[in-house]
Ligand binder design. Structure first.
Ligand SMILES: NC(=O)C1=CN([C@@H]2O[C@H](COP(=O)(O)OP(=O)(O)OC[C@H]3O[C@@H](n4cnc5c(N)ncnc54)[C@H](O)[C@@H]3O)[C@@H](O)[C@H]2O)C=CC1
Ligand SMILES: O=C(CO)COP(=O)(O)O
Length: 429
């Protein structure tokens, strides 16, 4: 065999050529691996430093003038509620000067084999119904009394299926100081006489407290197992901000949620992350339908393409303060769409509907053991809102999902329903 090596023509046997190139390949590959490992080491060291500083120096900046550590309450104890409470309780234990160690988690109590779930959580440190198999920190206290759980609290983290929010907020009215700050981890909207509202805005209006949002590509079981993921927290500083060390700011929120396995980016765009978080659940139902019909990955990708377009359009049309870049730059945007469409509960329920012909309600009940597929409610809220403002035709996928879930429209009509109206989507984009 004749070949050119560094400009010199050489003749060798095929066997030698094979050994020669194979060896070079091995050397190059192993050098590359060494480089990657060195880079990974550097990244890990940086990440450790960041995480250490998140836990110590960052908090100390705010600590200097801190009057008393912030008390934190999580309202909700489902799959995500318990996971976020675990994240928070780990951080409060590590930051005693910034946060009160004990975190109260309000539990909508129920009996499990004759015992209260709250009692089980407080003795076994496990939420055996909604997050089985995950050990919870001992400083996380399950509290069945909503008002007691928020007594003297500084930060409320709402984390319940969003259909229960109005009732809970009504119970809290008059029991929460206006200095309390809140973060909503819920995914959904409130549609009522005031039109379509972000859940954070609903909390602010009803309770008179500043409320931001947390949303991201965060399937709870993976975060609970401490598998690395990213999330986005969005918070506007309120007009009555009381100053560093006395009030919640972006640094405090990062210290509250950031873990080595849960990387937090804090931004201002509350509307953008909330819209993306709510609507990706509707898109996920569409994905579940085509997957359940056995149409494969191309069909699921097509649903996600149209879905992302409709999410962005919805934001621009009804929440002009939201930023388009949030949808592709933040975990709460396209990343959450991808993860939910790959392995979330909405996909699971929709797939089962396609495979069994059972209703959404039946599939949710049979598959989720008390958990909620929020897309089922959100697609109804979105339909009601779009109908009231005469924009149903502008959101063909959202409307198709609603018609399949609530009016038994056959799932295999999905491509036609989208295609007919997709042209309008492209024209107005
Ligand atoms: N599970 C996940 O992977 C993620 C969920 N989310 C969002 O977080 C929010 C909360 O979800 P999860 O914690 O997963 O809840 P879940 O879907 O596990 O729901 C079960 C929870 O609802 C409670 N509940 C049942 N009936 C109730 C009632 N009448 N009043 C009040 N509470 C009642 C149960 O006690 C339990 O705590 C949802 O909006 C969801 O979309 C966001 C990111 C990830
Ligand atoms: O919001 C989620 C992931 O970020 C969870 O989605 P599901 O509710 O479909 O499981």
């Amino acid at each position: 065999m004749i070949f050119n090596y560094l400009g010199r023509t050489t003749s060798i046997s095929f066997k030698r050529f094979y050994h020669f190139t194979n060896k070079r390949l091995r050397v190059t590959t192993s050098r590359r691996i060494q480089k990657i490992m060195a880079a990974t080491d550097r990244l890990n060291q940086t990440s450790d430093i960041i995480s250490h500083s998140m836990q110590h120096s960052d908090s100390t900046t705010s600590l200097a003038a801190l009057e008393k550590p912030f008390k934190v309450t999580v309202v909700g104890s489902g799959n995500w509620g318990t996971t976020i409470a675990k994240v928070i309780a780990e951080n409060t234990a590590l930051n005693p000067q910034l946060f009160a160690r004990r975190v109260d988690m309000w539990v909508f109590d129920e009996k499990i084999n004759g015992k209260n779930l709250t009692e089980i959580i407080n003795t076994q440190h496990e939420n055996v119904k909604y997050l089985p198999g995950i050990e919870l920190p001992e400083n996380l206290y399950a509290n069945p009394d909503l008002l007691d759980s928020v007594r003297d609290t500084d930060i409320i983290v709402f984390n319940i299926p969003h259909q229960f929010l109005p009732r809970i907020v009504q119970q809290l009215k008059g029991h929460v100081s206006k200095h309390v700050r809140a973060i909503s981890c819920l995914k959904g909207f409130e549609v009522g006489p005031k039109g379509v509202q972000l859940l954070s805005s609903y909390v602010t209006e009803e309770l008179g407290i500043q409320c931001g949002a947390l949303s991201g590509a965060n399937l709870a079981p993976e975060v609970a197992l401490e598998h690395w993921s990213e999330t986005t927290v969005a918070y506007h500083m309120p007009a009555d901000y009381r100053g560093e060390g006395r009030d919640v700011d972006h640094k405090v929120l990062k210290a509250l949620f950031h873990r080595p396995y849960f990387h937090v980016s804090v931004i201002e765009d509350v509307a953008g992350i909330s819209i993306a978080g709510a609507l990706k659940n509707v898109v996920a139902l569409g994905c579940g339908f085509v997957e359940g019909l056995g149409w494969g990955n191309n069909a699921a990708a097509a649903i996600q393409r149209v879905g992302l377009g409709e999410i962005i359009k919805f934001g621009r049309m009804f929440f002009p303060e939201s930023k388009v870049e949030t949808y592709y730059q933040e975990s709460a945007g396209v990343a959450d769409l991808i993860t939910t469409c790959s392995g979330g509960r909405n996909v699971k329920v929709a797939k089962a509907m396609a495979k069994t012909g059972k209703s959404a309600e039946e599939c949710e009940k049979e598959l989720l053991n008390g958990q909620s597929a929020q897309g089922l409610i959100t697609c109804k809220e979105v339909h009601e809102w779009l109908e009231s403002v005469n924009h149903l035709d502008d959101f063909p996928l959202f409307e198709a999902v609603y018609q399949i879930v609530y009016n038994n429209v056959p799932m295999d009509k999905l491509p036609d329903m989208i295609e007919e109206l997709d042209l309008g989507l492209k024209e107005t984009a």
